[in-house]
Design a protein around this ligand. Structure first.
Ligand code: UDP
Length: 326
């Protein structure tokens, strides 16, 4: 019989891509998503869908038991750094209380395999050239803190009821599935590659380069952009690893290569053929100068083999997906 995996936030950007990979790999998938930031259009047609809030512990545990779920991948969260600064309670409530609710549901339903989405924002301004899992954490915004607290809670829960977990710290996830079915639909997204796609398609008049005075070669922020399909594959590997009895672990997810904002903007101009306006502006509060992942551990322990490590593919799939929305 096929194993069933419950995916919270399965109607979201990374969640929907992961659901597609799980289904392709022979799993059955149960999605729990309240569609607050997710989209019906991203619900995979072969998944079982529950429109439910992760805060509703008893409902989620009922779903887990009814569906006989073997493992949980927990994506559902708020993820916008600037919003976390103006509305921190929303982040601690959704993200940190949210994980407590899901873990309680796992405890009630006796589920011991758990994959958790965390973020490179836990490292803050790490200062290191390349960030490994042992680089000290030091968040610089409530989003990063909300995820760091959640990580600790996930780890501590192992002693309470034997939960084994894989925690992924995502660097900058971007692009869309190559079949253009699953991508970033959020209209108010603040992420660079989404915004540059919109600017290319004239969905916005111009965009801003937020900060040109960082201690980086061209003065703009440097990030490690990872294609959403490669990241989704890592989740499938993680779930298989846990189902095979693997012990709890933590992995950075990125390619180990950084691009500046200017490089990303130029790449998007190249793949779109549109010379859109990118105006230099002030720094965005809470932004780090440089975040690049050391993903050696992910490659060696989970045998992760990235296939789409190419900024042009990332920009092109993001752009084509954006075009498909209009
Ligand atoms: N950025 C930018 N203009 C935008 C959005 C983002 O210059 O309209 C910059 C931002 O300052 C950072 C990088 O692009 O250096 C990536 O930001 P994004 O919001 O995509 O991801 P984050 O790293 O904040 O999670």
């Amino acid at each position: 019989m096929k194993q069933k995996i419950l995916v919270t936030g399965g109607a979201g950007y990374i969640g929907s891509n992961t659901v597609a990979k799980l289904i392709n790999q022979g799993f059955q998938v149960v999605i729990v998503d309240d569609l607050s930031t997710g989209f019906k259009e991203l619900v995979h047609p072969d998944a079982i869908f529950y429109n439910a809030e992760i805060a509703d512990t008893s409902l989620v545990s009922e779903i887990m038991k009814k569906e006989n779920v073997s493992g949980v991948i927990h994506f559902a969260a708020k993820i916008v750094v600037p919003e976390s600064i103006t509305e921190p309670l929303k982040y601690y409530s959704n993200n940190t209380n949210g994980v407590i609710s899901i873990l309680n549901a796992c405890k009630i339903s006796n589920i011991q395999n758990f994959v958790f989405s965390s973020t490179a924002a836990v490292y803050g301004n790490a200062g290191a050239d390349i960030i490994s899992e042992s680089t000290p954490t030091c968040p610089i915004n409530p989003y990063g803190f909300s995820k760091l607290f959640s990580e600790q809670i996930v780890r501590d829960t192992e002693l309470e009821f034997g939960l084994r977990s894989v925690v992924f710290r995502y660097f900058n996830v971007a692009g869309a599935s190559r079949d253009l079915k699953f991508g970033q639909r959020t209209k108010t997204a603040t992420h660079l590659i989404k915004i540059a796609s919109e600017a290319s398609l004239k969905k916005r008049d111009k965009m801003f380069i937020t900060g040109t005075d960082y201690q980086t070669p061209d003065g703009t922020g440097i990030r490690d952009y990872i294609h959403v399909e490669d990241l989704s594959n890592a989740h499938v590997l993680a779930m298989k690893y846990l189902l095979d009895g693997g012990s709890s672990d933590l992995f950075n997810c990125g390619y180990g290569q950084g691009f500046s904002v200017r490089e990303v903007v130029n790449c998007m101009k190249k793949v779109s053929g549109v010379n859109f306006e990118a105006t230099e502006g002030p720094r965005r509060p809470g932004d780090a100068a440089k975040l690049i992942a050391d993903s050696t551990h992910l490659k060696s322990k989970l045998n992760w083999k990235p296939e789409l490590n190419d900024l042009e593919i990332i920009c092109k799939t993001a752009l084509d997906f954006e075009r498909s929305l209009s």
